[in-house]
Design a protein around this ligand. Structure first.
Ligand SMILES: Nc1ncnc2c1ncn2[C@@H]1O[C@H](COP(=O)(O)OP(=O)(O)O)[C@@H](O)[C@H]1O
Ligand SMILES: [Mg+2]
Length: 219
């Protein structure tokens, strides 16, 4: 079944008290499940905003966004329910242990097998022996592995990652990146990554550069 996001002639701006910040104008792009896409570009170019729009978290100032899940057009709420998110700052729940963090999105969906599925993902990301550790007892790399597993645990159609390796050293970045791409390929979900890392962008099927309000194929 077809899963895709179509951005057609998207523009976006923010109004502040003193000025209007124009981010981009007339951007079009199609994102398909089963493909990996990297978005690179200078700080402030609007990469995070574009990611939020593609994920249905934010509505663009202009243009059309179409979300297709299992062959049918759906609204932003349904799109979000079929998405997983990974952030630079991990955003794990500090009061829950590793397996509790993994089980949470499943429990919120009323899944009775939440802890069994969470345990399988914990195994998959190599952290079975950290199940009862809370985030502050884990390294940055371990926390991000948990966050990657948490994004995939509900079997989403798309994963959105904003600077997922921005807080990790080079070696750890590489292993977290490998994990993300392996999970995306195995599950067949779409992966959209905003990154400053050339090494990370190079892993993606397609790399787009967002700069000066335009989106172009990166070198
Ligand atoms: N909610 C907001 N209100 C006003 N300005 C914002 C808001 N969100 C982002 N911006 C501004 O829009 C620009 C682009 O932000 P962002 O999408 O985060 O860019 P990037 O991720 O490429 O660094 C920045 O100048 C930022 O300050
Ligand atoms: Mg950003």
């Amino acid at each position: 079944m077809q899963n895709m996001i179509e951005l057609q002639a998207i523009s976006h701006h923010f109004d502040t008290a003193s000025e209007r910040i124009e981010l981009f104008h007339g951007l079009s792009c199609t994102i398909r499940a089963g493909e990996t896409l990297a978005i690179v570009g200078p700080s402030g170019a609007g990469k995070s905003s574009l990611l939020s729009i593609a994920a249905g978290l934010e509505v663009p100032s202009g243009g059309t966004v179409r979300f297709i899940i299992d062959g049918a057009e759906v609204d932003a709420l349904t799109m979000r329910a079929n998405s997983g998110f990974i952030f630079q700052q991990f955003h794990l729940m500090p009061e829950l242990d590793a397996i509790g963090n993994l089980a949470l999105p499943l429990r919120l969906k009323g899944n009775r097998d939440a802890f069994d599925i969470a345990a399988r993902w914990l195994d998959k990301v190599g952290l079975r022996d950290r199940a009862r550790h809370r985030p502050h007892q884990l390294s940055g790399g371990e926390q991000q592995r948990i966050a990657v597993a948490r994004a995939f645990v509900t079997a989403p159609r798309f994963i959105f990652a904003d600077e997922p390796t921005g807080n990790l050293d080079i070696h750890t970045s590489d292993s977290v990146a490998g994990l993300m791409f392996d999970c995306a390929r195995e599950t067949g979900c779409g992966l959209v990554i905003v990154t400053h890392s050339e090494a990370l962008a190079a892993r993606a099927d397609t790399s787009l550069l967002l700069a000066a309000g335009k989106l172009e194929l990166a070198e």
